[in-house]
Design a binder for this molecule. Sequence first.
Ligand code: NAD
Length: 256
Amino acid sequence: MTQSSISIPRELVAALKAARYVAVLTGAGVSAESGIATFRDAQTGLWARFDPRELATPSAFTRNPKLVWDWYAWRRELVAVAQPNAGHRALAALERRVPRFLLITQNVDGLHQRAESRNIVELHGNIGRVKCSREGTVVERWEGSGDAVPRCSACGALLRPDVVWFEEMLPADALEQAEAAARECDLLLIAGTSAEVYPAAALPMYARRSGATVVEINTAATALSELADYVLRGPSGVVLPALLASLATPGGSGAM
Ligand code: NAD
């Protein structure tokens, strides 16, 4: 699929041009074209026999901290060599074109920041950070032999990735900002998320109830597809640049 094969409805281009406040909710699909697998994609090699959803839980860390630590260390390495893709860059460019903008991401890979998006709320933390599993203090540096999970130099508890695991609460301030944006925005773009994980999955309903235009960008149908005003079917690395390019067309016409 190429950018020129995506058709952006004229009314959507007009709504995007008129929007004073654009909010965006992104999920793992946005980073798929950067080579970072979604949890639903099959894992390869060493990790093929684990279900990621079973490793990303507090109980997995209690049961086998080394397994969970090593899995995150492996993912951290993948993220470090990955590059932001055209979808990340289009969102950063869109931010510079609209009066008010908030990017709400469920991703933990930091690729939006590396693509130079500025106003970002991370709902699920960041894999690049590590925190004390007892006090939650973020730790900048840690030492590990590789044989054991490193420990907090202040209290001796195990260190863990600064991400929100299944069964854990989201950071209250991040969630508050995201909910306010969903209620106040004129247009909500939802890209690359299966929208099955709450409370992030509720954000589109808030936007819808407040009268915002809701747009879904995804390669496949989701539970949100029915609720969205517009569904742009395709990879976000192609659709988001096409949406951005449609803003350059005169008037409300953006069919391309
Ligand atoms: P998900 O795996 O549940 O869903 C991914 C969605 O992206 C699917 O609906 C799929 O159809 C769609 N998709 C796949 N490739 C796409 C593409 N190229 N363009 C557009 N859409 C595409 O992901 P989720 O909804 O983000 O929820 C899973 C949880 O896993 C999140 O909480 C997240 O924190 C975590 N996670 C994060 C990363 C990351 O940071 N990159 C990677 C894996 C999982």
